[in-house]
Design a protein around this ligand. Structure first.
Ligand SMILES: C[S@@+](CC[C@H](N)C(=O)[O-])C[C@H]1O[C@@H](n2cnc3c(N)ncnc32)[C@H](O)[C@@H]1O
Ligand SMILES: [Zn+2]
Length: 610
């Protein structure tokens, strides 16, 4: 697949999305109720001839070529190419799983013609025997195939609710196999006009159906189980909050697929259950209102997402968890719940990919998946408090009750200051590591497919190594600036934590961040030991300061050595300044769970661009 080419030079690269959006042809278009003039709900507006623009700019991204009106009307955002590439990669793997369950093998451009089979080592012998049987499949049992650009009758029905020029939808049609249809919707008549022309330009009119409607109305009209979409993509300016209620109702439940064990194996699944478990719709949501989600206006965040955001060094992961909380809460109203597949913080936005399931019984578990955050205003130490408690009862049942708390006293045990209360936020894993491994493997073995493949590999590699059961993180500069000392290296801090017997990982959401299951008391002990090697002048500290309070206590664990005993790094750190490296494999040696079938570490250190 060719690298993205920009047909005419655009003076865009240095402009933020926000300014791009404002400068765009949507200027003045609110995300609330759009102007109904000329807009019927869900009309297909491509029938008429429309006057072509006098001057146009053409942009090529992925396999799509998009014409934009030029002059001052600038609304192609190249920074979001990573978002679109990643979405194509995710929907492709989703299609591989969904269609595989129906016996359809997808054909991905650039991939070898053999359906990938991910096999647990423990299952290899069993599999050899089954593959022998599978070799004699009846002709009717041979997998059917689905290629890009073709209508697959049993394929995915996709909705892009806020499609602007149609670039994303057209890329789906030209790059993702196994689609039945793509509805490319926008409230703006001008956007839909342009979309129609781009659909023609890319010869995808058989797959991509432009619509002019308020995305909410369109989704509310698709609540019936038979009319739901298998994939809904929401990529608004700012917050997606107004669209979430409709979206969680319009995403499909999926059908039932009954495969024999051998069929399941022959089609690339380890277990029949794996295929069935994926039979639920996929919701892909972008949020660019990071100021709100990062705690600049906690009350605004509450009004949009039902959660208080805090100003925190861990704000990027907090943002992801607030969005996941919000999605789950809205789904719960309709006896549905979300299961995150992949949650990414990148550039100026967060992007989540969740499956939506229905199940009244399982919705009862939702309270116990959310947590409040207590964060000290002095030293930044945080504690999570689950909202509900799920415990085992007799007969294998689960009993739900209110959680007990709070987990902390009125004053911080380390610095004596008060706590701020944030959340509720999603406290369960934010990725499905098996699924992330599939996407990573597909992109790694076919890197020519996307312009941003290297970045996708870097981000997903770090994600596969993130401690899945440890929400949030501390940053190096937060720890050192709190006690006013010099900053240890990431390697030194991680070595100290590992020596002390704790698990540790990086976070894709923030460079110099450390996720660890160590209690905050151990972290501060490590920092006290570090300070002994690079002493802070006590006379410069106010007695009421967090630094003074923390350093007045002797470390309880004097064995923690920050400098002298450093764990070796088998992989070199990324030489690019400012970029975090792929997490070396040694960090998992002390118990960080790796995905059972996850990818092996990449041969070279992958880079993460934030
Ligand atoms: C950020 S742009 C979408 C970019 C596009 N997804 C892409 O990847 O190129 C947001 C779009 O949402 C549209 N929009 C705003 N409010 C809407 C609504 N209530 N219903 C449908 N579209 C809406 C705007 O007209 C604008 O074109
Ligand atoms: Zn404190």
């Amino acid at each position: 697949m060719p690298r993205a080419r920009i047909g005419l030079w655009l003076s865009l690269t240095l402009r933020s999305t926000r300014s791009l959006c404002r400068a765009g042809f949507m200027e003045g278009q609110p995300q609330g109720p759009p102007n109904p003039a000329g807009m019927e709900n869900g009309t297909e507006p491509c029938g008429e001839e429309r006057a072509s623009e006098a001057q146009e700019t053409t942009v090529t991204e992925g396999a799509a070529k998009i014409a934009f009106p030029s002059a001052n009307e600038v609304f192609y955002n190249p920074v979001q190419e990573f978002n679109r590439d990643l979405t194509c990669a995710v929907i492709t793997e989703f299609a591989r799983i969904q269609l595989g369950a129906k016996g359809i093998q997808i054909k991905v451009p650039g991939e070898k013609d053999v359906q990938k089979v991910v096999v647990d080592l423990s299952e290899q012998e069993e599999e050899k025997a089954e593959l022998k049987k599978g070799a004699n499949l009846a002709p009717g049992d041979q997998p059917r195939t689905a290629a890009v650009g073709e209508i697959c009758e049993e394929g995915l029905r996709v909705l892009e609710g806020l499609a602007a020029s149609g670039l994303r939808s057209i890329r789906f049609a030209r790059e993702v196999p196994g689609l039945q249809s793509v509805v490319a919707n926008d409230a703006s008549a001008r956007a839909v006009d342009l979309m129609c022309r781009n659909v023609q330009l890319n010869a995808v009119a058989h797959l991509v159906h432009p619509r002019q409607a308020d995305a909410r109305m369109l989704m509310y009209q698709h609540q019936r189980a038979s009319e739901r979409f298998d994939v809904i993509d929401l990529d608004p300016y700012g917050s997606p909050a107004p669209f979430l209620d409709a979206a969680v109702q319009a995403v499909s439940e999926g059908g039932e697929a009954t495969l024999t064990w051998a069929q399941s194996r022959a089609r690339g699944f380890r277990r029949i259950l794996t295929a069935q478990a994926f039979l639920a719709g996929l919701l892909c949501v972008t949020c660019t209102d990071m100021a709100v989600l990062a705690g600049n206006s906690g009350e605004t965040c509450y009004s949009k997402y039902g959660a208080m955001a805090l100003k925190s060094r861990a704000c990027h992961e907090m943002a992801l968890r607030i969005v996941l909380h919000s999605l789950d809460l809205r789904a719960n109203c309709y006896q549905r719940f979300v299961v995150p597949l992949l949650s990414v913080s990148a550039d100026f936005y967060v992007r989540v990919f969740v499956r939506v399931f229905t199940g009244q019984a399982k919705v009862k578990a939702s309270a116990s998946k959310q947590a409040l955050v207590f964060q000290c205003v002095g030293c930044g130490t945080f504690h999570l408090q689950r909202l509900g408690k799920a415990s085992g009862a007799s007969g294998g049942r689960v009993k739900f009750s209110a959680a007990c708390g709070p987990p902390i006293g009125p004053e911080c045990e380390h610095c004596g200051q008060r706590h701020q209360l944030g959340g509720p936020l999603w406290a369960e894993p934010i990725h499905d590591l098996d699924f992330v491994g599939r996407v990573l493997q597909a992109v790694s073995t076919n890197p020519g497919r996307f312009h941003t493949s290297e970045r996708i590999q870097g981000v997903l590699s770090v994600i596969t190594e993130e401690l899945p059961d440890v929400p949030l993180y501390y940053t190096l500069d937060q720890l050192s600036s709190t006690i006013r000392c010099s900053t240890p290296s990431l390697l030194q801090l991680r070595s100290a934590l590992l020596h002390a017997g704790f698990r540790v990982s990086l976070s894709h959401a923030c460079k110099n961040a450390v996720k660890t299951d160590a209690p905050s008391s151990a972290l501060w002990d490590i920092m006290r030991c570090w300070e002994k090697e690079c002493p802070v002048k006590r006379e410069r500290l106010s007695e009421a300061s967090p630094a003074f309070r923390i350093l007045s206590v002797e470390p309880r664990h004097m064995l923690i050595q920050v400098r002298s005993r450093i764990f070796p790094l088998p992989l070199p750190f990324c030489p690019c300044p400012g970029l975090a490296p792929s997490l070396p494999s040694w960090t998992t040696a002390v118990g960080s769970p790796r995905p059972a079938s996850g990818p092996q570490p990449l041969p070279t250190a992958a880079t993460v661009h934030r």
